[in-house]
Design a protein around this ligand. Structure first.
Ligand code: C5P
Length: 223
């Protein structure tokens, strides 16, 4: 491995995105938002009229994905570009998240994105956010963290994030959506969502972002 890696895995809404961003900034390391790659593949498929079950066509889309992450000033997350088009907000919709979870279940799509993810491990280091960062993509990572939270709290967090993005959603629909997506992520044959054997599991239910960050910094071994 070319640089030190800290992996942060867990289900939707466990707080991975926020904590990954804060940890990467604190350490001055690169960041990999692997979920964005699955969301971009799904968006490219939706735009191109590719069936979400056409594994070969989706793998080829994933392999050729023209994706770019542009750092934003201040505390804003990176802008995400698909073929030069700013799709930062579009990939965060529930439609795109659900489609991402469908394409992510296909082994050929996962294989197509594997090397692209590993290429993010550059000096001085990488904080990688996803579902299989510690189990499959970076099995030799120096520190592996798995964040969890109750389904209700995860739905509440997603709800607030979507409202902030100006998207109107019903909380009850979101709970059902999150549970269905997690079930698919956990039970798929290819790289299912689960903590690596050597991961440190942190339950973030009821914790503030600062409290989670303190625990994550300690677990990362970079304090
Ligand atoms: O993390 P995010 O919600 O953006 O991920 C969207 C979907 O992409 C997840 O529900 C999951 O199905 C898939 N994913 C994955 N492996 C990763 C990251 C995301 O399967 N490493």
């Amino acid at each position: 491995m070319s640089a030190p890696v800290v992996t942060i895995d867990g289900p939707s809404g466990a707080g991975k995105g926020t904590v990954t961003q804060l940890l990467a900034r604190r350490l001055g390391w690169h960041l990999l938002d692997s979920g964005a790659l699955y969301r971009l593949t799904a968006l490219a498929a939706l735009r191109g009229g590719v069936e979400l079950a056409d594994e070969a066509a989706l793998a080829s889309l994933a392999l050729g994905l023209d994706a770019a992450f542009m750092p934003s000033p201040g505390n804003e997350p990176a802008r995400v570009l698909l073929s030069g088009d700013d799709v930062t907000n579009e990939i965060r919709t529930e439609t795109c998240g659900d489609a991402a979870s469908q394409v992510a279940a296909l082994p050929a799509v996962r294989a197509a994105l594997l090397q692209r993810q590993r290429d993010f491990a550059q000096a001085p280091g990488l904080v990688a956010d996803g579902r299989d960062m510690g189990t499959v993509v970076f099995p030799d990572a120096g520190a592996k963290i798995f964040l969890t939270a109750s389904a209700e709290e995860r739905a509440q967090r997603r709800y607030r994030q979507l409202l902030d993005l100006g998207q109107s959603v019903k909380l009850s629909a979101l709970v059902a959506d999150i549970e269905a997506r997690d079930e698919r992520d956990r039970t798929r044959a290819a790289s299912p969502l689960k903590p690596a054997d050597d991961a440190q599991v942190i339950d973030t239910t009821g914790l503030s972002v600062e409290e989670v960050l303190t625990q994550v910094v300690a677990a990362s071994g970079q304090a």
